[in-house]
Write a protein that binds this ligand. Structure first.
Ligand code: IMP
Ligand code: MG
Length: 495
């Protein structure tokens, strides 16, 4: 571990973009240093690959630090996380099958409990939302957090108390059924017959949900999970400042429910503040916050404005349906230097393996957007990690968006009015503004050589360092780590 982190006892890792910036690898690097690894936000909408016996498995809920369980490290799923017990039990089964212990895993008793009602409401709602759909992962995230906020949610601890569980499930089902009555009953029934929802075991032909079936199933989950459910907040508060604590973020700052590009966001707080809170701490406990973003490009999954998208609306439309296998078959001939920007975007997606770990969806690709980065930096710190730099190794040129020109009708923003033709250097995160922002690019010459083998900053190509200097100058970032390949060894520590 480098000098810069030596004095830190609590380090938080969050993404400054829209998720999928390669947090997993950086969390892995810090897992060696950490005694305790805590996830504080999101739920099974997140996805990271964990290698067990040399084989990759996608995990959604369990922190990647679980591989260090046998070394006595404690992994925690914090109170800010939405837990779908079905998926969690499946992940635990997989660990058992692969001989990977999880003796030190703690599940926060106040974590939010995802019910079948949440998954159904998410999927049916999205299925009928037409143009206003968000493009969610279908994991029930919005309804789980939504019910928490309107005070009809459940927590993991409710799994331990049979009568309370039954009573709360009944109340939630009553509320959920009332909402679902306004949707097409065939669509509701179809969703309830999906594999994730037990192929109809929770379906009731009149009341929509079978309360007893849900309670029975959830009590079974409770039996499996009960040895792990505990007061994680108290545990973390006891050891903070004494042991090395790593806070593992999920999603990205621009997807944060309060700070992100609302309404095209997830339903938890993905910034450092939210992460600390969801882990049972507060922001003041975080000694070092590292913000991650992809080196010189970015991606977005699902709907929402994306000013720098390669190929704009054509790409957004394409990515609604495209899957990795289709592109491997049909687009293998495209290169990152194609004259058509849409084609360049596809090629970068293939190079960077930009396909959703949770949904398999093709991620929309775009140029690095400094107005959005400047905005995200307001909620983080200037200490940053740039990842996936090797993805652009073959690019002859690299465009970076320095600012936008607003091209819409006059927009009142508090005391300000944004007029057609105005330049914007920091993004205004509302979708109504972002969709009318025309990016202005500065074009750089690419380095056009492999960089994965490079281990020291001085050996990086001059062309790459020039772009980095430009970013430092234009945004005030302080690059700490550069990731030049997926392996742990393919990492450069800057200072
Ligand atoms: P939800 O979190 O499933 O409700 O989805 C809301 C929005 O956040 C959608 O646009 C998703 O694609 C996006 N989203 C949720 N989780 C992730 C993630 O881990 N990476 C990238 N995008 C995500
Ligand atoms: Mg991900």
């Amino acid at each position: 571990m480098k000098k810069a982190y030596k004095n830190a006892k609590t380090i938080a890792i969050t993404c400054l973009q829209l998720g999928d910036s390669g947090k997993g690898k950086i969390v892995d690097l810090f897992s060696d240093w950490a005694d305790v690894i805590v996830r504080g936000t999101g739920g099974a909408n997140a996805g990271h690959s964990v290698y067990l016996n040399g084989k990759p498995f996608i995990f959604h809920l369990i922190p990647s630090g679980i591989l260090h369980d046998s070394a006595g490290k404690v992994n925690i799923i914090g109170g800010g996380v939405a837990i779908d017990p079905k998926l969690l039990c499946e992940e635990l089964d997989l660990l058992t099958e692969q001989g990977q212990p999880f003796d030190n895993l703690i599940l926060a008793l106040n974590a939010k409990l995802t019910l079948p009602t949440h998954v159904v409401r998410d999927r049916v709602g999205e299925g009928s939302a037409g143009l206003s759909k968000i493009g969610t992962t279908g994991r029930g995230i919005g309804p789980t957090y939504g019910d928490h906020v309107i005070r009809i949610g459940l927590t993991l601890n409710d799994l331990l108390n049979t009568d309370i569980l039954a009573q709360k499930v009944r109340a939630n089902v009553t509320y959920s059924a009332r909402i679902l009555k306004s949707y097409d009953p065939v669509a509701v029934k179809d969703v309830l017959h999906q594999e994730h929802l037990g192929r109809g075991i929770f379906w009731h032909p009149i009341r929509i949900f079978d309360v007893d079936a849900i309670v029975q199933k959830y009590l079974q989950y409770g039996t499996i999970l009960s040895p792990m459910i505990d007061d994680a907040d108290a545990f973390v508060q006891r050891i903070v400042g004494k042991e090395n604590v790593l806070l593992e973020g999920a999603q990205g700052s621009l997807l944060d429910i309060d700070r992100g590009t609302y309404p095209y966001v997830t339903s938890s707080n993905c910034t450092v503040d939210g992460l600390a809170k969801g882990a049972g701490l507060h922001r003041g406990h975080v000694d070092m916050s590292l913000g991650i973003f992809k080196g010189f490009y970015m991606t977005r999954v699902g709907e929402g404005p994306f000013p720098t998208e390669f190929g704009g609306e054509i790409s957004a439309e394409h990515c609604r349906m495209a899957r990795e296998a289709d592109e491997e078959d049909q687009c293998a001939y495209l290169t990152v230097n194609d004259p058509e920007e849409f084609d360049r975007g596809v090629a970068i997606r293939m190079c960077g393996q930009e396909y959703g770990a949770t949904t398999g969806r093709a991620r929309r690709t775009g140029r690095l957007d400094l107005p959005l980065l400047r905005y995200a930096l307001r909620w983080g710190s200037s200490d940053v990690v740039l990842t996936k730099l090797d993805v652009l190794d073959k690019c002859e040129t690299i465009e970076i968006c320095t600012h936008y020109i607003y091209q819409g009708s006059a927009y009142r923003l508090g005391h300000l009015t944004i007029n057609n033709g105005d330049p914007l250097f920091e993004a205004i995160p509302s979708a109504e503004v972002l969709q009318h922002c025309q990016p202005v690019y500065e074009t750089f010459t690419g380095w056009q050589c492999p960089i994965r083998h490079i281990t020291s900053f001085v050996d990086l190509p001059v062309a790459l360092k020039k772009i980095l200097d430009f970013l430092v100058l234009k945004t005030g970032i302080n690059p700490r780590i550069l990731s030049v390949g997926p392996e742990a060894s393919e990492t450069i520590h800057c200072s």
